[in-house]
Design a protein around this ligand. Structure first.
Ligand SMILES: [Zn+2]
Ligand SMILES: [Zn+2]
Length: 166
């Protein structure tokens, strides 16, 4: 069985969960739900790292996309005149979207601790502009150098650090 097949199965189970809608209920952006589905399907195939790329901690790790999947998906659906505002709509085109954005979804990703992930989005916004990938990379390398140089203290590692990844 391939990873992609596993992902598809996991994703289908997740769509049955009603609280997906509850979480997104107060969000006025209709595309939040389809984006989440794309992420959840793709997530199964990620090469997750065990430490934050910037500071090296193994706690509270999260995945960051240099290209905002929300912006990518919305722009792509617009250009193709796809209606992704319904469950059926996103289901019909989800695999096509993932296939055409393999680099952005699977390769242009970083593993960060929650602290550095929040920090990056504090600088570049909740959905960083699609043309900011190079700037983000530079920012990331600067933060990493700061940590390695000791000017920003690393979180001290604890013994119970390998649990709760996703
Ligand atoms: Zn970190
Ligand atoms: Zn992020």
């Amino acid at each position: 069985m391939t990873l992609a097949t596993c992902g598809a199965i996991i994703w289908e189970i997740k769509t049955e969960l009603p609280n997906f809608y509850g979480i997104m209920a107060k969000n006025t952006n209709n595309n939040r739900i389809p984006v989440k589905w794309v992420r959840d399907k793709a997530k199964a195939a990620y090469e997750k790292q065990s430490t934050c790329y910037i500071c090296g901690t193994s706690e509270d790790l999260e995945l960051h996309h240099l290209a905002s999947i929300t912006l990518l998906l919305n722009g792509w659906a617009d250009r193709k005149s796809y209606d992704i505002s319904t469950d059926e709509g996103i289901l019909a085109v989800r695999d096509e979207f993932i296939a055409e954005h393999h680099k952005e979804i699977y390769d242009d990703v970083y593993t960060f601790c929650n602290h550095h992930h929040v920090k990056l989005h504090g600088v570049y916004g909740k959905a960083p502009a699609l043309n900011s990938a190079d700037k983000q990379r530079r920012w990331i390398e600067i933060q990493k150098a700061k940590c390695e140089g000791g000017s920003e203290s690393k979180k001290s590692p604890t013994l119970s650090s390998f649990s709760d990844f996703y």
